[in-house]
Ligand binder design. Structure first.
Ligand SMILES: Cc1ncc(COP(=O)(O)O)c(C=O)c1O
Length: 382
């Protein structure tokens, strides 16, 4: 059975390290170290008296705030209990098609949401892990410029690293990808994805990390959604606003599709606190600006520090995490960092195409990044 590990399991890590969970520095889950925003905490507190009421089952206020944020009519938006809940609904729709093309290495939850359905046919399509093909304009800074998608110029067989794979564009097939791509951090050009909306019956773009790009750099397809009834975009408040414990994500898609999804699920998947938090979060322009100012510098520091450690090769990234190729076992490194330094990194064993020669780390505050670099340099396993 495929491993569906997620990062951020600090309770398990603390048990292994023999310390309380609060003592762990968590680089394994790609969560911004700047949040949650104060505005969000205040909004949650202000709603405590309303816990005695059910949430509005239509989430009118929340949908309207998200609609304003993305300049879309609110019926094109459906909030969910994290984007993971919406992925479950995506899986049900994709499983009705003859096959689903999945860009790999893929986020583990995509397998959960697809393989929950019998008879689903998953066609895996690997993207290059070659540093050069990250099309990085400034490799030493760790920033990745947007790249054309993996298969832009081909409709036929593609071989990579001995692994041959064929993409099957068809109206009876679906395509599921994330942008920026987790775990590589690649950013795909909007124009590169658009042609596939004509080729596939359903295209799902998971933009869980897109908020980390400022408006002049992002490559979201949200501006296109009203032109394509076969396009679904997923967004999450988890990463950028540091709210993994609250569970809030949303889908952007044609209102008919969203009404159908609403009829499949529980009446109140988003609670009153999460609803208020999301409205405050998307309205907090100051927090958004601070985050855009923080990330490039912090990522550069971490990228350069890792690149300077013999045996490590970080890949340039447009997101708030770095995928790192290592000469020796990443799971051994993970154990050593945990036991000797109470630092948790993400091994990549749950990504079958990566295995034990890669790990992923979140970009954190400068002092924490430095602690990670010192700790890796001091454990002698590389
Ligand atoms: C690419 C990607 N999509 C979706 C999710 C799920 O996020 P949420 O917390 O909104 O369910 C994650 C979480 O790790 C992720 O990495």
């Amino acid at each position: 059975m495929r491993q569906t590990a997620h990062g951020g399991n600090i309770n398990k890590a603390a048990a292994l390290a023999g310390c309380p969970p609060s003592a762990i520095i968590d680089f394994s889950a790609s969560i911004s170290p700047l949040g949650p925003p104060r505005s969000v905490l205040a909004a949650i507190e202000s709603q405590l008296p309303n816990l005695r009421h059910y949430p509005d089952p239509d989430y009118r206020e929340l949908r309207s705030a998200l609609g304003q944020f993305h300049q879309l009519p609110s019926e094109w938006i459906l909030p969910g209990n994290g984007s993971a809940e919406l992925l479950t609904l995506v899986g049900k729709e994709l499983a009705e098609l003859a096959a689903v093309n999945l860009i790999t290495p893929a986020f583990g939850d995509y397998y959960r949401c697809l393989l929950a359905h019998h008879n689903v046919k998953v066609l895996e399509f690997p993207i290059s892990l070659d540093r050069q093909e990250h099309n990085c304009s400034a490799p030493t800074q760790g920033e990745s410029s947007p790249v054309s998608p993996f298969f832009l110029n081909t409709r036929k067989s593609i071989g990579e690293g001995g692994f041959a794979c064929t993409l099957y564009p068809s109206q009876n097939h679906g395509l599921l990808l994330n942008n920026p791509h987790n775990p590589t951090g690649k950013l795909f050009l909007r124009e590169g994805i658009l042609p596939y909306l004509k080729d596939f019956g359903l295209v799902v773009v998971d933009e869980a990390f897109m908020d980390f790009l400022p408006p002049d750099e992002e490559q979201s397809l949200i501006g296109e959604v009203q032109k394509y009834p076969n396009l679904v975009i997923l967004r999450s408040l988890t990463k950028f606003y540091s709210l993994p414990g609250l569970r809030l994500g949303y889908a952007i898609a044609h209102p008919d599709r969203l009404r159908r999804w609403q009829s499949w699920r529980d009446p109140w998947p988003v609670n009153i606190l999460a609803q208020a938090a999301a409205i405050a979060a998307v309205g907090d322009r100051e927090f958004q600006r601070q985050s855009w100012a923080w990330l490039p510098q912090a990522r550069k520091q971490l990228f350069e520090g890792l690149a300077n450690i013999p045996g490590l090769q970080p890949l340039p990234s447009a997101a708030n995490f770095l995928l790192v190729k290592c000469r020796q076992s990443s799971s051994k490194l993970q154990t050593q960092l945990l036991q000797q330094h109470r630092i948790l990194i993400r091994d990549c064993l749950s990504f079958p195409k990566l295995g034990d020669r890669y790990f992923r780390v979140a970009v954190r505050l400068s002092s924490e990044n430095q602690s990670l670099l010192n700790a890796i340099a001091s454990v002698n396993s590389l």
